[in-house]
Design a protein around this ligand. Structure first.
Ligand code: FE2
Length: 277
């Protein structure tokens, strides 16, 4: 349960660190579950790379369908120049997305536990829907950067309603690619939307808020801590050059009373609509 002080802090900064949300056992169970998922995953010819710097890489069917299932995306630097995987599978995956919270029982249980519901309720989401989840690896030495963005670009609603919950499953530091954010930057509005464009995707500019990168602050957290992120908050993470991974599970909630446009990149089919807690 969030205190009034925490809610005020979230409203002011656009983010809030909730220390010790999960215990060591919770984090270990999620990490172990992901190890199982990867060992069952046969990439075959289906190699999809995740990078926020090259949007053409987003534009394949494998990515576009991933809003309604569990899919695996590789690190850009896990391949040689001829496109051959040069790192073992479990050290080469950038992230798994985007519906672990609905299609994996371990992640569904974690995402829907009472403590999560209470936190979201404190942020006055009237009809919470679990829209997206990702397991993010930030692999040792090759974990790629995620350039400055707002989560609401990817899960646009009218009016804006996105709340991101970023669970640190390992310590996240400046050295292994922790999040960085611009305190108060959520008040400058939404910069762009990431939408479907035929069989691909594109960014559509909305406004040009000036993001002063000198204002970025590192959000270093310990295993088990939770970072709440307003969907409009500009944030990024840098490449992990260290020898330590930086696993995190992120869950995005939208308000079902808001409009969710059909051109948003992430769509669910009628048989599997967004669900609440
Ligand atoms: Fe993000």
């Amino acid at each position: 349960m969030l205190t009034q002080q925490q809610i005020l802090s979230y409203d002011t900064d656009g983010f809030l660190v909730v220390e010790g949300f999960a215990d060591g056992d919770d984090c270990r169970k999620l990490r172990e579950r992901v190890t199982e998922l990867i060992s069952d995953f046969d990439p075959g010819n289906q190699i999809s790379i995740f990078t926020t710097n090259n949007q053409t890489r987003h534009s394949d069917e494998y990515f576009l369908e991933s809003g309604g299932c569990i899919r695996f995306f590789f690190e850009e630097h896990a391949f040689d120049q001829r496109g051959r995987l040069i790192i073992e599978k479990n050290r080469a995956i950038n992230k798994i997305g985007h519906a672990l919270h609905d299609f994996d029982p371990v992640f569904s249980e974690f995402s829907r536990r009472y403590a999560v519901q209470e936190i979201v309720r404190g942020l006055e989401v009237h009809k919470p829907l679990l829209a997206q989840s990702m397991y993010i690896f930030k692999q040792p030495e090759i974990g790629g950067e995620v350039c400055c963005h707002q989560d609401s670009s990817f899960l646009y609603t009218e009016p804006n309603s996105v709340v991101g919950l970023w669970f640190a499953l390992e310590d996240a530091t400046i050295n292994n690619g922790c999040l960085w954010a611009i305190p108060g930057g959520h008040r400058a509005g939404l910069k762009s939307r990431f939408v479907r464009n035929g069989l691909g995707t594109k960014f559509v500019s909305i406004a040009k808020p000036d993001w002063d990168m000198d204002l970025l602050v590192p959000l270093e957290v310990n295993e088990g801590d939770l970072i709440l992120l307003n969907g409009l908050l500009p944030h990024l993470s840098k490449r992990n050059f260290s020898e330590k991974s930086r696993h995190a599970f992120s869950l995005h909630i939208i308000d079902g009373t808001c409009d969710y446009p059909g051109e948003n990149w992430l769509q669910r089919d009628e048989a599997n609509p967004f669900r609440g807690f």
